[in-house]
Design a protein. Structure first.
Length: 345
């Protein structure tokens, strides 16, 4: 449990003798959540024995568990008083249908994004995916400028250019790739690249739209995620029916599920909630450092254990550029105000 003393650094007290600065606890959680989700998702799509599960059903289940978790948190905050809990749900959701309906847009985009990530990780190794997915910084910045009229400093623009150059270097064909032990076909890599780029665009627009409509509202993040998740379940089921209806009819909704699949579902559902709960203790530099550690960790696991990744000089240079850009873009500026709208993706 975190203990905050006046004029001291927040710490997590294990016992009377051992305390850990809370920012390092946050760093560990951010690295663990980011790396584990990507690696287990990649493993579940490529290495698992037997029939592969239907990814669209996993997206729906993750939303179901996320909504359930948020409802439990709100019930706890209401002091386990059913009347207080029901009143808040009724007043904030059912009596404000237009406000609730606005969240259908980002929810639909997040549903598309989550499905695209499965496609991306089915066709790209975890390391390449994670580095390329950092382009969501670029798309978020561009949508922020266009929709929120935000002004970016010259350092941030330089960081975005460096980010694009780094991702381009990673995706640039190299003769060294021929030595890859599990080389992916060119067409599969193209599909994976298109999927992750589309997910970046979806993430950027949805995040900025979400921030725009939530400014000035008093609803908690838990309530907003109940609204997002509820729409997500509807959109997710529609995706299952349209894209995988015949597969579900023939093999069932849970075909191909095993313990790895359930780990992926729970990481998707609860990982974002955990990060949202601790992110207030982590500044942008710490989050950027967590991203860097996560990419390095994912690269090592992909190389030594999944054996689907062979680093090249271009990958190394591109990754350095992306990590530098992430640090520069997240570095706080003078008079910069921290974001007050936490988002869960």
């Amino acid at each position: 449990m975190a203990e905050v003393a006046p004029d001291t650094v927040p710490v997590w007290r294990i016992n009377k003798a051992i305390t850990i600065p809370l920012k390092y606890v946050c760093l560990g959680i951010l690295v663990l959540q980011t790396s584990t989700l990507v690696l287990t998702m990649r493993y579940s799509r490529t290495v698992s024995v037997g029939p592969v599960y239907i990814s669209s059903t996993a997206v729906v289940l993750a939303e179901v568990f996320k909504v359930f978790a948020c409802l439990c948190v709100m019930f706890h905050q209401a002091g386990y008083n059913w009347r207080v809990f029901a009143t808040e749900i009724d007043s904030e959701i059912f009596k404000k249908p237009l406000e609730t309906l606005k969240l259908a847009v980002p929810s639909g985009l997040y549903t598309i994004q989550n499905n695209l990530l499965y496609v991306a990780l089915s066709n790209l190794d975890a390391a390449t995916y994670q580095v390329t997915y950092q382009l969501k910084i670029l798309t978020t910045a561009l949508f922020s400028v266009a929709m929120l009229s935000k002004k970016l400093s010259s350092i941030k623009w330089f960081a975005l250019i460096l980010l694009m150059a780094g991702v381009a270097a990673i995706q640039w064909p190299s003769g060294e790739n021929k030595s890859s032990r599990k080389d992916l076909s060119t067409s599969a890599k193209f599909v994976g690249l298109v999927a992750v780029l589309s997910a970046c665009c979806s993430s950027g627009f949805a995040g900025v739209y979400f921030e725009k409509i939530l400014k000035g509202t008093s609803a908690t993040i838990w309530l907003r995620n109940i609204q997002l998740g509820s729409f997500g379940i509807v959109f997710g089921l529609a995706a299952v029916f349209v894209n995988d209806g015949k597969k579900v009819q023939n093999g069932g909704f849970f075909q191909g599920y095993n313990y790895i699949t359930w780990i992926v579902v729970f990481l998707q559902a609860f990982g974002g909630l955990i990060v949202a709960a601790v992110v207030k203790y982590a500044d942008n530099i710490l989050k950027g450092f967590a991203t860097s550690v996560s990419i390095i960790f994912s690269s090592l696991v992909s190389y030594y254990f999944l054996k689907d990744f062979n680093p090249t000089s271009l990958f190394f240079l591109g990754t350095c550029a992306v990590l530098t850009a992430t640090y520069l873009y997240g570095k706080p500026e003078a008079q910069a105000k921290p974001s007050t709208v936490p988002k869960i993706v």
